[in-house]
Design a protein around this ligand. Structure first.
Ligand SMILES: [Mg+2]
Length: 324
């Protein structure tokens, strides 16, 4: 084991909480530089938890997917929102309680692993409902969940993502499915996944982290989750967030650090922090400076917070940094 070079962002943390889609892979392809950076982290003894809002796949399936990219990942390194949701229920209800499960195979598996009993009917009334995404979820599943929630079952949803991208466009996510039950019953679910704290807490517990760093590509899930959980975050530009979205972010969706990709882990935190005045070894100094220009304006309700900021030029800097 080789400790991370002194002073790097990696060396400041004992654990990385890594988002998957847009950070480690996009579709079937590994994100360039990600595998090398994550192998270096593991080789230097920094724990890595792979944190996903996707509840439908069991952790072992996700781990297998990650191993296919050449990453050294144990099944226990994967933390899903289904696990966080099941843990949330297990923390509130006695062992052996019945939980009506809706969603892919990851949902009942995680419920059983927490000492709870997964069921698929609202008759007799289960103690809780755990709703997660599944491609085969149908009306009768939503109806059973609604009956159980009306009868007083604790209503938990793995995550609240309203949609997710598919090759044919946006498809309804678990937040939309849970929203149907909420609309029918008038009861809002407790969400386990990002941006809410349970998934982050479960991840921190999993790797025994003292000084974790959240790494993600989305402001409204990964970065907001870090903010809610009170831990620092690194935003990378290998996924969905562009420069404009970053510059318009409300205060609770602002990362601590920004980097084009995971190579930032090997740089100095003082160069990556959004308040940095350095030109940045990655060429993104002007982007960090622009956040310090735009964000106070956003906070003041300025109608044109991006005036005098050449957003396209900054976006080009990001593209250049990604290609370097
Ligand atoms: Mg992502």
């Amino acid at each position: 084991m080789t400790p991370p070079p002194d002073g790097t962002l990696l060396a400041q943390h004992d654990a990385l909480l890594i988002d998957l889609d847009g950070v480690v892979y996009v579709g079937h392809h590994a994100v360039p530089q990600a595998v090398q950076a994550l192998r270096a982290a593991r080789d230097s003894g920094v724990h890595t938890a792979y944190v996903t809002n996707n509840a439908s796949r069991p952790p072992s399936t996700v781990a297998e997917h990650l191993r296919s990219f050449g990453l050294d990942v144990d099944d226990a390194d994967v933390v899903t929102s289904a696990q966080a949701g099941a843990r949330l229920i297990a923390d509130r209800l006695p062992a052996g309680s019945t939980v009506l499960v809706v969603g892919g195979p990851g949902v009942p598996e995680c419920v059983a692993a927490c000492g709870l009993v997964p069921v698929t009917s609202a008759e007799p009334t289960p103690a809780a409902v755990l709703m997660g995404y599944g491609a085969n979820v149908c009306w009768s599943d939503l109806a059973e969940a609604s009956y159980a929630v009306q009868a007083g079952a604790l209503f938990v949803a793995t995550n609240g993502d309203l949609s997710f991208p598919t090759p044919r466009g946006l498809a309804p996510g678990n937040g939309t499915l849970a929203g149907a039950v909420a609309a029918a019953t008038g009861v809002q679910p407790i969400f386990a996944g990002k941006p809410f704290a349970p998934l982050i807490e479960e991840s921190i517990r999993r790797v025994n982290a003292v000084a974790p760093l959240m790494v993600g590509d989305r402001l409204d899930t990964d970065i907001e989750a870090a903010d809610i959980s009170g831990i620092p975050s690194l935003l990378v530009f290998t996924g969905v967030t562009d420069v404009r979205t970053l510059l318009l972010a409300p205060s609770y969706r602002r990362p601590t650090y920004v980097s084009a990709d995971l190579r930032g882990l090997a740089l100095l935190p003082s160069d990556l922090v959004v308040t940095s005045v350095s030109s940045g070894p990655d060429g993104l100094g002007p982007l960090r400076a622009a956040t310090q220009q735009a964000w106070p304006r956003v906070d003041q309700g300025d109608p044109d917070p991006l005036r005098d900021i050449d957003v396209d030029a900054l976006q080009s800097l990001v593209e250049q940094a990604l290609e370097r």
